[in-house]
Design a protein around this ligand. Structure first.
Ligand code: EPU
Length: 317
């Protein structure tokens, strides 16, 4: 996910003019909508509408969308599978771009290299790696995200993180120009990849290591079992907080006795303290209030400043 905002951003009229301009610039396969509810596109199932919503059909559409957004001073937010995103109830100003179409979702294997579109599901990458007897990508299996979102967040699980297996990324700048960048130049950190704050990942090449399919399958299954044993199935955005150095955030929330704490339709998961789950009628404001309450208790009682891992975007209602 990237979010951009210039000093002077377009108001709703500017965004409408941008939507009109898109009409003449994109291919017939592109999807353009206004007022798209973000609750439909986030795993937390909360969040107000996006002023504009674009699903480019190909790279040329994506380039045109980014160029026009810049011309009209319309802020751009890239959305993967919305699995690490909290959109405020007032929705998103500007355009939300989603690389959900086929052109961005391909996963192909060449030797031990796996080329994946930014819109591909991480699970699809793990499954394709297993099919070609390539190990090292098993940890991606249970992360409910897309390749693009995972790169932006340097997503990880079970000791692995996507930038550790990365060879190169094809990305686009906000002027619509694409280039290939080797992994080392991305300067990825724990749950962050700074270059992707103002670039859009289009495609990644990751490296697998040849191994027996059965061994790969066993590891995938064991990760899967560990995840379902410790993490909730209810709607969530995964871990809410980054793990502080002193203690894993989930353990801290657990020790504070906050599991099961509710605000409106949001609740601290009983399964894992670093997850907030939502039920019917939940709002982003409920989730944010719960986050604030946890942070306050962590600071007051343990002197620990919790930092959110979930990306929080959008306007107050
Ligand atoms: N723990 C508790 N109580 C809880 C939760 C955890 O005592 O309610 C303890 C566990 O028993 C364990 C320790 O805290 O000793 C760490 O917990 P866990 O193994 O579940 O890992 P985590 O650090 O909470 C990280 C990632 C997860 C990833 C898992 C599995 C972060 C912030 N979280 O969680 O990623 O799925 O490891 O590898 O790095 C995410 O990024 O959204 C995410 C969920």
């Amino acid at each position: 996910m990237i979010a951009t905002e210039s000093d002077t951003t377009a108001g709703p009229c500017g965004t409408q003019r941008f939507i009109q301009a898109l009409g003449g610039a994109l291919s017939p396969g592109a999807v353009v909508r206004s007022g798209e509810p973000m609750a439909r596109h986030t795993t937390l199932r909360v969040g107000g509408p996006a002023e504009a919503w674009v699903e480019p059909a190909d790279e040329a559409d994506l380039g045109a969308t980014l160029r026009l957004a810049r011309e009209h001073a319309v802020p751009v937010l890239l959305l993967g599978r919305g699995s690490n995103l909290l959109v405020r109830d007032g929705g998103v100003r500007g355009v939300v771009v989603h690389l959900g179409q086929e052109a961005f979702a391909r996963v192909t294997v060449e030797g031990s290299l796996i080329r994946c579109g930014a819109g591909a599901r991480l699970k699809a990458v793990a499954v394709e790696a297993r099919r070609h007897a390539l190990a090292g990508l098993e940890f991606l299996e249970g992360i409910p995200g897309s390749v693009g979102g995972a790169l932006r967040m340097n997503a990880g699980a079970h000791g692995g993180a996507i930038c550790d297996v990365l060879v190169e990324v094809r990305l686009m700048d906000l002027g619509g120009k694409a280039r290939v960048v080797p992994a080392a130049e991305l300067r990825a950190e724990y749950r962050s990849c700074p270059l992707l704050r103002d670039h859009v990942a289009i495609q990644a090449v990751v490296r697998g290591t040849p191994d027996e399919s059965a061994a790969i399958e066993r590891r995938m299954q064991s990760f899967n079992e560990r995840r379902w044993a410790s993490q909730p199935a209810a709607p969530s955005a995964g871990c809410v907080f980054k793990n502080p150095a002193a203690i894993p955030a989930g353990k801290l929330v657990d020790e504070l006795g906050m599991k099961g704490t509710c605000v409106g339709g949001a609740r601290v998961s009983d399964e894992h303290g670093n997850f907030i789950v939502t039920g019917p009628g939940a709002t982003s404001a409920d989730v944010l209030a719960l986050i604030a309450r946890i942070r306050e208790r962590a600071l007051d009682e343990r002197g620990i400043r919790l930092e959110t891992e979930v990306q929080i975007v959008g306007e107050e209602a």
